[in-house]
Write a protein that binds this ligand. Structure first.
Ligand SMILES: O=P(O)(O)OC[C@H]1O[C@H](OP(=O)(O)OP(=O)(O)O)[C@H](O)[C@@H]1O
Ligand SMILES: NC(=O)CC[C@H](N)C(=O)O
Ligand SMILES: [Mg+2]
Length: 507
């Protein structure tokens, strides 16, 4: 999960992209970057950190042009601490291409080798996005020998990319002098939508991970990019689109609805907020079938993402909903922080209990999901320290039992608290008096009913079924190896110092 945005306008776009990235900040906190284009010249600034820290006034001033794109990164491949792996990525041939990517390629390791052995392309980082960019560049080179480059040729290149790369990808790219290209993988795993705003000199377009970025920057939502589809907006503001995959079928990542996306976004025709309310309702049924509601005094959400589900859960149980934990708004999302020690420390920094809501009560704590158990373990203990009588825990998502390879950073089974454990064992680890999970089929059913056009969901971390069907054991091993042998923050800094000019373009 990362946040991506691309804009083609009649006005300077630097501030607009900045504003959109702020609205997508919840999708990535580790690095941010913007590229703008003036004529065929690219201007880029990217660095580690949150949007407000990465872009100072002087950086913004150095981003001229009416076309551009940006990204907030939550690393799921390569090195979490490397500045060079912050996006956008740039390649100088053919034409000059810059690209941002949300998702994760499952065959990046094989492609990296193939790119060198066959296409003679060198990649300089461990990022799967750099691999993706080079595959796109190679495919564009094949079709773009005759100038000018046409939308049809661009779509042919995207079809070539679909054939070569595996995994999840929502992509926005700029082709210097030609326009803005956006495409989504054939399963539509990661979200991508676009909107427009009419100006006196024609339509401006924005493509973004979530509709909230369009809405918050006064663009009118047009539609989601279809799975496998590519849209190309040329430099004259003309929009072209084409289906570029052989067998597209919409299976968005269910975890977007559980946790990743903002509740005020719509993804593939589904309101994320409504999906969370529905999950709260079915969770209430599970609670009722597990224990008499009379044993519960109060429902308390674990801020932030669990709130809509917890609210509905309380209502269905006929119990009061109380804010028992206060969130420090200056601490980011803990789950998407790199490294378990940082996450653990951050739970206590982030959440603090209001003891009056706990004293002598049987509390049902509700979270949207339990992944490593970092949050729930701490929270249950905090509830006890605040004087709770019984502490029950409910999760609006089912147990997370399998690694994710499509852009959520949980590459190994061992880190998942529910992996290979019974409900009682998980409950003991978390330290709760009772533990109630959502049911997998119920979760899928209640979200899918909002948009019956969906083929299904990418829900592998819950059901072990990997939707692309082509992830080999070698792929799993390569991804796992790469993510578990992460350099530390210090060693990443040291290696950067050892490589002169490493902060520049990835040509
Ligand atoms: O079991 P764990 O490994 O702890 O992961 C699950 C927790 O992480 C997320 O919260 P996070 O703090 O990231 O974000 P939020 O404020 O949006 O809820 C999620 O909402 C759960 O609370
Ligand atoms: N979560 C994402 O979408 C990450 C994109 C890319 N795989 C990276 O690690 O930078
Ligand atoms: Mg949370």
């Amino acid at each position: 999960m990362c946040g991506i945005v691309g804009v083609i306008s009649k006005q300077p776009v630097n501030q607009l992209i900045y504003d959109a990235l702020l609205l997508l900040q919840h999708r990535g906190q580790d690095a941010a970057g913007i590229v703008t284009m003036q004529g065929t010249k690219c201007f880029m600034h990217k660095a580690r950190g949150m949007v407000r820290d990465v872009f100072r006034t002087r950086n913004m001033r150095a981003l001229p042009g009416h076309v551009g794109l940006g990204q907030v990164r939550y690393p799921t491949a390569g090195n979490a601490y490397s500045e060079e792996e912050a996006q956008p990525f740039y390649v100088n041939a053919p034409f000059g291409i810059v690209l941002v990517h949300n998702g994760n390629l499952t065959n990046a390791h094989a492609l990296k080798k193939e790119l060198f052995d066959i296409d003679r392309r060198h990649t300089n980082t461990e990022s799967d996005t750099e691999v993706l960019l080079n595959v796109l560049a190679h495919e564009l080179e094949k079709v773009g020998r005759e100038l000018p480059l046409t939308p049809d040729q661009v779509f042919k290149a995207v079809a070539g990319v679909h054939r070569r790369i595996k995994g999840s990808y929502a992509v926005v790219a700029l082709i210097a002098g030609y326009g803005l290209l956006a495409f989504r993988d054939p399963f539509g795993i990661r979200p991508l939508c676009f909107g427009t705003v009419e100006t006196s000199s024609g339509a401006d377009y924005m493509v973004a991970s979530e509709s909230v970025a369009l809405e918050g920057t006064c663009h009118n939502f047009v539609r989601d990019v279809a799975p496998g589809e590519a849209i190309f907006i040329d430099v004259n503001g003309q929009l072209h689109s084409q289906q570029c995959a052989d067998n597209p079928q919409l299976n968005p990542c269910v975890f977007e609805f559980v946790y990743l996306a903002r509740p005020d976004s719509f993804i593939d025709g589904i309101s994320v907020y409504q999906a969370r309310l529905h999950m709260g309702e079915t969770l209430a049924q599970r609670v009722i079938s597990t224990m008499p509601p009379s044993e519960i005094d109060v429902v308390i959400p674990i801020p932030e993402s669990s709130r809509p589900a917890a609210m509905q859960l309380a209502q269905k149980l006929g119990k009061p909903y109380r804010e028992g934990f206060v969130k420090n708004r200056y601490v980011g999302r803990t789950f998407i922080m790199p490294g378990q020690s940082v996450r653990k420390k951050s739970v206590r920094q982030k959440l603090n209990a209001i003891s009056a809501e706990f004293k002598g009560r049987n509390v049902l704590l509700a979270d949207d999901s339990i992944v490593r158990g970092t949050t729930s373990k701490e929270i249950v203990q905090m509830a006890r320290e605040a004087g709770a009588n019984k502490v029950y825990m409910a999760s609006a998502a089912p147990p997370v039992r399998y690694p994710n390879v499509y852009g959520i950073d949980m590459p190994t089974q061992e880190e998942l608290v529910a992996h290979n454990r019974t409900l009682d064992q998980i409950r003991d680890i978390i330290g709760a008096d009772a533990l109630i999970y959502q049911d997998v089929d119920a979760m899928k059913r209640v979200i899918a009913q909002i948009n019956p056009a969906l083929a299904g969901f990418e829900a592998s971390c819950f059901d072990g079924h990997y939707i692309t069907g082509d992830v080999s054991l070698e792929d799993f091993a390569a991804m796992r190896e790469q993510r578990t042998n992460q350099p530390t923050e210090e060693s990443a800094d040291a290696s950067r110092l050892a490589l002169p000019n490493a902060g520049g373009h990835n040509a």
